[in-house]
Design a protein around this ligand. Sequence first.
Ligand SMILES: *Cc1c(COP(=O)(O)O)cnc(C)c1O
Length: 317
Amino acid sequence: METKNDFFNDPILVRTQQISLPILEEKGVELCIKREDEIHPFVSGNKFRKLKYNLLEAQNHQKKTILTFGGAFSNHIVATAVAGKIMGFNTIGVIRGDELVIDFNKTIQGNSTLQKAQKDGMKFEFVSREDYKTKTSKTFLRKLKEKFGDFYLIPEGGTNELAIKGCEEILTTQDSNFDYICCAIGTGGTIAGLINASLKHQKVIGFPALKGDFLSKEIEKYATKNNWYLQTEYHFGGYAKYNSTLIRFINEFKNKTTVLLDPVYTSKMLFGLLEMIKNNNFEKGTKILVIHTGGLQGISGFNKKIKNKNEEIIFLK
Ligand SMILES: *Cc1c(COP(=O)(O)O)cnc(C)c1O
């Protein structure tokens, strides 16, 4: 049974799975996946890493309530609700989209992410897209304090100094043999931790899941080395955008390797990485470590949306 004292302090063992595919054989490239997705069904992958030192800090400061921000399908929102419950905190999720509150019951029924977060005690504050943009302003935060009282604030996506400290723990001494480390990027916190924990001879490649060129600046704010670059061509049109090629890729990858990927982050990275391997971007003998950052909780909600459009869904089994 998980108790609030040992959830983040227990040592966690993450397995590294070697992937076998004809293209890897052909190009002489070794590909392994660090299965951070197996840490917890809801506090999975990098969200566990990013919450760890934040929730321990909140505990040290005797905070009772955690407040954070996210979209309606956010892995970070549900991870905060579930980890918060385990640690004995009240949690508040400031959710983008005030249209969701018009028929709240319908919203919850149709959204397994918010449903799980609510079940684990999270209270929601739905805000309009315009207000959401001002969420880091003093005025907005003062209003939240007036409404909810004192809280420990975790930024959108969970990225801050303590989150990066947690993400530095993804890499261990056993990973020193790899030449490249790859991860998907949302806010850039996870890759910053990986860069800081990587060795000088290693290169870290980030695959942004969204369009835009602001990410390098974000990463530079926290990264202590410059042995990294971004591969920006595989966002599939932008954040949470997809096409039938991507869905087919997810299902094929699962069939061939047993590894399930999520449609927002990890599938875009692996699609891109396998293309790079095909295009001879890596020398024979290169060893690549991919971080599976999780996010699998969102698949059932994603399937619900695309089923209505009569498109191929992601097979969970
Ligand atoms: C949140 C998330 C990311 C993005 O992590 P950042 O630290 O924001 O870059 C990547 N993969 C998955 C599965 C996520 O849920």
